[in-house]
Design a binder for this molecule. Structure first.
Ligand code: PGA
Length: 251
């Protein structure tokens, strides 16, 4: 049985004061939640102070990116081991904003997945098609390419540790959520890809989150689908009530 996993992706939002206040509010509000795994992924600069607030709580800490190289002359980048050093358990990799705005390829994501696993981080690896790709009937093809590329040469044991986030690009930040049926179709397809490559035992434990305009009022229906094991939440993770609304809707 896979435990539901709700993660907040704060993206490039909040300032230090509001990040700390949000972390404090969530720590208190989620104190009695034991049925689902929870994490927040603040901007890198705020990971450590937020982690200090969350210490000893049931809310895990994650980063939104990391670099694949070991420490060295890589101005502006962060080594995966630096993320674990300040308490990160998770790292989001290959988010569509990084793929489509910052130009990350699945090959880049793959290097980062390996580096994250080596550092002991749990990668949350995002895949998802754009609207024109869905309209052109290549949704599965796009997701398969991103899956294959991002998880290239990842062992079965390591795959079990990974989280996949299916985030249709057209649903991110648009308020246009995928229907539970549309999401489930892709989740089942992705789980089948895991099964074909690694076997059903691995596919049965890998958690696949849905992301894209998840809110308290649509979370329950989405997460009631058999292959939807959680949510990666952007906008609705920036306020205690909105994020807790999602968590409380699915517990
Ligand atoms: P959203 O973002 O919930 O604001 O649509 C989700 C994400 O990009 O992870």
């Amino acid at each position: 049985m896979r435990r539901l996993f709700i993660a907040g992706n704060w993206k490039m939002n909040l300032k230090l004061d509001s990040a700390i206040a949000l972390a404090k509010g969530l720590k208190e509000a989620a104190a009695d939640v034991s049925e689902v795994d929870i994490a927040v992924c603040p901007p890198s600069l705020y990971v450590q102070p937020v982690g200090t607030v969350l210490a000893g709580s049931n809310i895990g800490l994650g980063a939104q990116n990391g670099y694949f190289e070991k420490a060295g002359a890589f101005t502006g980048e962060l080594e995966m081991a630096m993320l674990t050093d300040v308490g990160c358990k998770y790292v989001i990799l290959g988010h569509s904003e990084r793929r489509h705005i910052l130009g990350e390829s699945s090959e880049d994501v793959n290097l980062k997945v390996h580096a994250a696993l080596q550092a002991g981080l749990i990668p949350i690896v995002c895949v998802g098609e754009k609207l024109n790709e869905r309209d052109n009937g290549v949704t599965n093809l796009v997701n398969q390419r991103q899956f294959d590329g991002s998880f290239s040469a990842v062992s079965a044991e390591d795959m079990k540790k990974c989280v996949i986030a299916y985030e249709p690009v057209w649903a991110i930040g648009t308020g246009k959520v995928a229907t539970p049926e549309q999401a489930e179709e892709v989740h089942a397809f992705l789980r089948d890809l895991v099964a074909k490559r690694y076997g059903q035992d691995v596919a049965d434990v890998v958690r696949i989150q849905y992301g894209g305009s998840v809110k308290a009022d649509n979370a329950k229906e989405l997460l009631s689908k058999p292959d939807i094991d959680g949510a990666l939440v952007g906008g609705a993770s920036l306020k205690v009530d909105a994020f807790m609304g999602i968590i409380n809707a699915v517990r």
